[in-house]
Structures are given as C-alpha cells and as structure tokens.
Design a binder for this molecule. Structure first.
Ligand code: BYC
Length: 330
C-alpha cells in the first residue's frame, strides 16, 4: 500500500537513505513487526501523528455518545433502552482507554480536552449529523459501528503497542454494537410499511456520511503515506471504504433495503462493487465545522465539561488531602 500511495502523489515520505541512523533503526523495528512502546525512542513526527490520531479517535468516541444518547429516553422498549444505554456507556469507556493510550505519549488529558473544546482537535465527521428517528439508532449501529470495525480491526495490529492493545477490546465491543444496530433494522423491516420507510430513510441519510468516515480519497489523503510507512495505517482510506461497501451491500439486500447510490454495481472483473464518490464539498464543509450539528455537539461537550468542574475539583481536593495526611504520617 505504501508504494501505491507514493505513486498517487500523497505527501512524500523519506527514503531509508534520507533517514538519520536513529530513524533507520526505528524503521527497521517497524518493518520487522516489532511493537513500539511508549518509552522507546521514536521520531517526533511519529509521536505527533499518534497523538493527533488517537486523541481524535478518543474525542470521536466521547462526542459519538451524543447522537445516540439523544434516544435513550425514547427507546421503544425496556430491552432496547438497556441495550442502547450499555452501548453508549461502552463508547465512553472507549474514549477513556484511548485518552490513556495517548497519555503514554506525554500529552495530558486536560490538554487533549482543551484542544477539542477550542476547536483545534478534530473528531469524526459522522457525529455532526442529527438523529431524527428511532431507525437512526439502527443505522448508526449497523453502518457507523460497522465502518468503525472495518477501520479499527487493522489498528489492533498497528505499530504502537498501547494503541494496538486498546483496540482489541474496543473492537470486541464494536462488534456487539454493530449487531444491535442490524437487529433494530431487522425488526423495523419486519414491521409496518411506515417502519420500513423509516429504515430506508435512515439508510438514505447515513450511507454517505458513513463512507466519509474513512477519510478523503487516497489521492487527497495528506497523512496516509507517512502513516503507512510507520505501520499506523495498514490499509488505505479507499481500500477500507471498498471493504465497507462490499460487506454492507449484501446486508442491505438481506434486509430488503436499497443503497442510495445510482452508481453502485457489482464489477465481476474486479470482484468488488463499483460505487459513487463521496461528496467532497460536504465532507470538507463538515470538517471545517459547518456540518448540521458541529456547533451543537461542541457546545454540549463544553457545557458538560464546565458542569463537571466541581466534581474534578472535589477529586483533586480529596487527593491533595490524602497526600498531605500520608506525608504527615511518614
Ligand atoms: N472526520 O490524511 P487523512 C466510533 C481528517 S468512533 C474528521 O486521510 P488520516 C463510534 C484527518 O484527521 C470512530 N476528520 O488523515 C463512536 C486529516 O486532518 P488533520 C472514530 C477526518 O489521519 C461512538 C485530514 O482529514 N475512528 O466508532 O491519515 C458511537 C486528512 O485525512 C476524517 C477513528 O478515529 C473524518 N471522517 O486518516 C459509534 C479511527 N477523515 O488531522 C461509533 C482512527 C479524515 O491532518 N483514525 N479526517 O488535521 C483513523 O483511522 C484516521 O485518522 C482516519 C483519517 C482514517 C480517520
């Protein structure tokens, strides 16, 4: 994939000859499949790339609780409510593992959270869309968690040990999330014509944003070549997007739903589906903060953080008191 990305004109990466001896030794470890641990020497760019990606990933999990959290009180049954509640709590847990993995690289959680709240750090574009009906809970689990699994399974094998290990448990939980979403879609499709229409409408609204989760096309992805060389990205954005389409189309057919893409067609020669391109303008507009819910999502997170200040202060006061007591006893 690395050579392919360089050919497509993605940002150039250094050759072995252009690297310092330390960088060459580091690259040799990556190429041999040896995990990089937090205390190992690493190029500053590798550290920065991981802090960027892992913190973005953590923020996505935390902000990602909001669209579904919106439906906990309105879930149609006690069973659906407890499943959704458990799922949303899992996402909070994923955020915490990921903040911890990023902290091993020397950045504090406060700094990462401040960067999110100041609009300096990104979170996944997908969470800037509204959840209008109960069918959206099905579509999110099925498509958004489905896309997350496809992106995250390879991350379990990425070069940075703490990130790779955090991903193992996260992927197991995402698998349950994906199934619960698909199960909601199955129930709706077994229901009335109005419920079936609701499921189709949710698919229509979530399909393209789900494909955008994989990032820009390989030709436009600025970080891919370097991340591939460093063993952070094992598959390109377009390769993973293709996997998502190939995996999801038969699932949609099984449900009796239509994918909203006139260009979607099985290509016998390639052994893959051909499909339309993501809407670039929409993707970049959401990244710039102009999606339907960007402002609302950020404002909700900032308010939650401010409302929780008393609790963090109380924890700090308690910790300081205990430390002072322990100091006196010693
Ligand atoms: N949204 O060079 P590229 C979940 C940015 S949460 C926003 O290809 P890279 C769940 C990208 O950051 C799952 N920004 O970048 C939770 C870069 O900008 P910067 C979240 C995006 O990093 C709750 C620029 O565009 N998953 O599953 O090589 C409920 C150029 O892109 C997006 C992860 O975070 C986007 N979609 O590749 C339910 C997975 N795409 O940072 C479910 C980990 C691109 O240079 N992350 N950008 O200013 C990754 O695998 C990679 O970071 C990406 C992007 C594939 C997303």
């Amino acid at each position: 994939m690395y050579a392919q990305l360089v050919e497509t004109g993605a940002k150039k990466v250094p050759t072995l000859a252009e690297m310092t001896p330390e960088e060459q030794a580091f690259q040799a470890k990556i190429d041999a499949g040896i995990k990089i641990e937090a205390k190992d020497w690493m190029p500053e760019g590798y550290r920065k790339t991981l802090v960027r990606q892992i913190s973005q990933h953590a923020h996505s999990e935390i902000v990602g609780q909001l669209p579904e959290g919106n439906w906990i009180t309105r879930a149609p049954s006690l069973k659906r409510k407890s499943i959704l509640l458990a799922k949303v709590q899992d996402e909070g847990g994923h955020g915490l593992y990921l903040y911890s993995a990023a902290e091993t690289l020397g950045v504090s959680r406060e700094q990462m959270v401040d960067d999110l709240h100041a609009g300096k750090a990104r979170y996944s574009s997908i969470f800037n869309y509204p959840t209008l009906t109960w069918a959206d809970m099905g579509a999110i689990g099925w498509l958004v968690d489905g896309a997350a699994i496809i992106n995250q399974i390879p991350l379990c094998r990425c070069s940075f040990g703490p990130y790779a290990r955090a991903m193992v448990r996260i992927c197991k939980e995402e698998s349950f999330h994906q199934r619960q979403g698909y199960d909601i879609m199955i129930s709706l499709m077994r229901g009335t014509a109005a419920q079936q229409a609701m499921a189709q409408d949710a698919l229509n609204r979530w399909w393209w944003p789900s494909l955008m989760m994989f990032g820009p096309s390989d030709a436009e992805s600025i970080n891919s070549a370097q991340s591939a060389q460093w063993g952070i990205k094992l598959f390109s954005n377009d390769e993973l997007r293709q996997k998502m389409v190939d995996q999801t189309v038969p699932q949609a057919e099984h449900l009796g739903l239509r994918i909203p893409d006139p260009d979607l067609k099985w290509n016998e020669e390639r052994g893959h589906y051909d499909f339309g391109a993501i809407e670039r303008d929409e993707f970049y507009s959401v990244l710039k903060g102009n999606g339907p819910c960007n402002k609302e999502r950020l404002a909700t997170r900032v308010k939650a953080h401010e409302d929780g200040a008393w609790f963090r202060d109380a924890l700090m006061a308690h910790a300081e008191k205990r430390a002072a007591r322990a100091g006196k006893a010693a």
